[in-house]
Design a protein around this ligand. Structure first.
Ligand SMILES: [Ca+2]
Ligand SMILES: [Ca+2]
Ligand SMILES: [Ca+2]
Length: 208
């Protein structure tokens, strides 16, 4: 009887926690209807038969994605998109490099591309000639990064650095999504922990 009560209590706590940690996609765009007002800074829109409509082509200038109304709490944020490296990116070449793709704001990171391509968490990489200058291009499908974020507003800037002119080295993004998973407040976690300790204590007492 006591054991089943204990199991029920544990299951209830686990259910309560999982309800608090469900992932929700809070933003998604494929840019087919243009670039919406969540984007500012440099927001050119381009397309061709391979890429469909996308945000780009961009060089060293920044485009900024912002969203608000997330609430006051803390959450895990995953940003996923397709990244297009267009024309002659040189990685860490001693003379023509260093060519980087960067993100800054509520999360900061930097990748030398294509040298660091494995550090981008992507599903597949397609190389080819997709219709700009005569150099090869690369499509990274499903690039993603994840970070912890607190507060109502989320803002991320994307920009290249070390790139030559747009017809030589540029980039674009498409199929951009933002997913959040709320993290229980420390108080809730502490209560959960105390609850387990309490249950354990009660169980020990019952056994003695
Ligand atoms: Ca598109
Ligand atoms: Ca180059
Ligand atoms: Ca270069």
């Amino acid at each position: 009887m006591k054991k089943s009560a204990l199991l029920l209590a544990s299951a209830g706590l686990a259910l309560g926690l999982s309800a608090n940690t469900q992932a929700a996609q809070i933003y998604s765009t494929d840019f087919e209807s243009g670039v919406d007002s969540n984007w500012s800074g440099q927001t050119p829109s381009s397309s061709n038969s391979t890429f469909t409509n996308f945000l780009g082509r961009l060089g060293n200038g920044a485009t900024t994605f912002s969203v608000d109304g997330l609430g006051a709490g803390t959450r895990e944020v995953t940003v996923e998109f397709d990244l297009y490296l267009i024309d002659s990116w040189d990685g860490d070449h001693w003379y023509w490099g260093t060519d980087r793709f960067n993100v800054s704001g509520d999360y900061s990171d930097s990748w030398i591309l294509p040298t660091d391509e494995d550090e981008l968490n992507y599903e597949s990489n397609t190389r080819g000639h997709y219709g700009y200058s005569h150099w090869g291009d690369e499509i990274y499908r499903g690039v993603s990064f994840t970070f912890m974020h607190t507060g109502d507003d989320l803002s991320l800037s994307f920009f290249g650095s070390g790139l030559q002119r747009l017809n030589d080295e540029s980039w674009g993004i498409d199929n951009f999504t933002v997913t959040t998973t709320d993290v229980p407040e420390p108080g809730v976690l502490a209560m959960f922990g105390l609850g387990l300790v309490g249950l354990g204590f009660a169980r020990k007492k019952a056994k003695a």
